[in-house]
Design a protein. Structure first.
Length: 493
């Protein structure tokens, strides 16, 4: 029997605010010593009262608008009750039946292996809550113990819940990468998955192809990268298919992804909404979201990735692929446009844009990937890359030698011209010096000379390569080829 996969995603995004959700404690817990960003509110001490972070509400509404959601005029906070050591008060302040944003969508390209194609994926809700404390477990210790760091407790956390519209792990990956890009473009979060700023839980089920009845779903947690999400969903879909085909029944439960084993494992039975005993938060007033405020946020939304991709493609004459690579993040697109602007040459903008795109998506991206670093933290600034490309353009540096120069710039932060001067990498354009290298190459390769004279013109390229070797890559390539051809023609009887 053929089965259809049904996936819904719950994405938690830590908002990039200076203070926490319901108190004035700094939200920079990532770099702080344990339990140094706390107060009576985030410690859950008796009598402490929460106060709503306006900026967090603003960021959540902005995200809802970017997702084409309806922003209700009335919203409120609720208490979500469950006992766990990382929940200081014994409940989490969240939102339940009246969230900040409802019924939106996010466009994806679609899985090419499925018949659905590109389409909007429904967004059920976007709501705001507080993050919980962080548990650290030490099971290998002789006694075995756990520690609680309360610094993260109370950090603003936005939850984006999709409808069960995704039909494959590939579609889930596309949805996540698009959403990740969106929150970065909006500037509401750094969305760093490794730091826990962008976290995803997935609800997965299967059903007979053609059926409109949902199967029993499992929730999958502990996925900390786009790759992990894709692999975990692939495994879980196949696991459920095997269970059903073997005559078993899929159990509604929460499962954790074990990265090093490539499997999901059962953690606990899955809770229902009524298990949390939601009720309105009595210490916080309801919020009336004014239409004027929503309109002002709508008009202030920045250019998002799809729009910027289309503009960059049209404005700079780039291919759809190049424009897509350059707009994968706001920082990447900003770097590109800053570099092109510094390069000037408006009359030759498409060629300049293509050159910048090639260096950014090629050698520079390679260095960043090797270093696991985002372009926002790139040691080579747009001005630095502009200087390097200028040296190539004016003939001071060959393209082949520009690559190791870029590596030195990345490693040291030094300017291109200084590195070229210190390492003696300036391009040789002196005719006499190149002619000497040409004579040496011709004398050392009589077979190549004979091949050329017998009609094999590719031999000239080989000899040019020898000239480049002799000059350590510094000979001006076009001049070197001209002088090689002239030297070979002089060999004719």
């Amino acid at each position: 029997m053929e089965y259809e996969t049904v996936i819904g995603l719950e994405v938690h995004v830590q908002l990039d605010t200076r203070s926490k959700m319901f108190c004035g404690c700094p939200a920079d817990y990532q770099t702080a010593e344990p339990n140094t960003r706390t107060c009576p509110v985030c410690l859950g001490l008796p009598g402490a009262l929460p106060v709503i972070n306006r900026r967090a509400v603003e960021y959540t509404v902005m995200t809802g608008l970017a997702l084409h959601c309806r922003i209700p005029e009335f919203t409120k906070f609720d208490r979500k009750n469950y006992p766990y050591p990382d929940l200081m008060k014994g409940y989490q302040i969240s939102q339940y039946d009246l969230p900040l944003a409802l019924n939106g969508y996010l466009e994806i390209d679609g899985d090419p292996d499925l018949e659905y194609g590109g389409r909007p994926i429904g967004v059920e809700r976007v709501h705001l809550e507080e993050d919980v404390a962080k548990m650290q477990h030490f099971p290998d210790d002789a006694d075995g113990y756990s520690l609680v760091d309360v610094n993260r407790s109370g950090v603003p956390l936005m939850e984006i819940v999709s409808k069960p519209d995704l039909r494959s792990p590939e579609e889930a990956r596309q949805y996540l990468t698009s959403l990740h890009s969106m929150v970065q473009y909006l500037g509401v979060s750094t969305a760093n998955m490794q730091d826990g700023n962008f976290r995803c839980d997935a609800n997965v089920s299967i059903r007979p192809a053609g059926s409109d009845i949902f199967g029993t779903r499992t929730e999958v947690k502990n996925m900390n990268s786009f790759r992990s999400v894709y692999l975990a969903l692939e495994y879980e879909v196949e696991r459920q298919r095997r269970v059903v085909e073997d005559g078993g029944t899929v159990v509604q439960e929460t499962r954790g992804w074990v990265e090093d084993r490539g499997v999901t494992v059962s953690q606990r039975s899955k809770e229902y909404a009524h298990d949390y005993r939601y009720f309105p938060e009595p210490d916080l007033p309801p919020l009336n979201i004014g239409a004027e405020w929503v309109d002002s946020l709508q008009s202030a939304l920045p250019e998002l990735a799809p729009q910027r991709k289309a503009r960059i493609q049209a404005q700079y004459g780039l291919s759809e692929y190049d424009a897509g690579q350059l707009t994968v993040s706001r920082a990447m697109a900003d770097y590109f446009e800053a570099t092109v602007a510094l390069r000037g040459e408006a009359a030759n903008r498409p060629a300049v844009a293509k050159e910048v795109a090639n260096w950014m998506t090629g050698d520079l991206s390679y260095l960043l990937n090797q270093d696991h670093r985002d372009i926002a933290a790139c040691p080579v600034s747009p001005a630095g890359l502009t200087e390097l490309l200028g040296l190539i353009a004016d003939g001071s540096l060959s393209t082949s030698l520009a690559k190791p120069v870029l590596e030195q710039m990345y490693a040291t932060g030094g300017p291109a011209a200084e590195i070229v001067r210190e390492q003696g990498l300036a391009q040789i354009s002196d005719t006499g010096e190149i002619e000497a290298a040409v004579a040496e190459a011709i004398a050392a390769n009589p077979k190549a000379v004979a091949d050329y004279l017998s009609g094999k013109e590719t031999a000239a390229r080989f000899l040019m390569g020898q000239v480049m070797r002799i000059t350590k890559g510094q000979a001006q390539p076009e001049l070197a080829l001209q002088l090689v051809q002239a030297g070979l023609e002089a060999q004719r009887p």
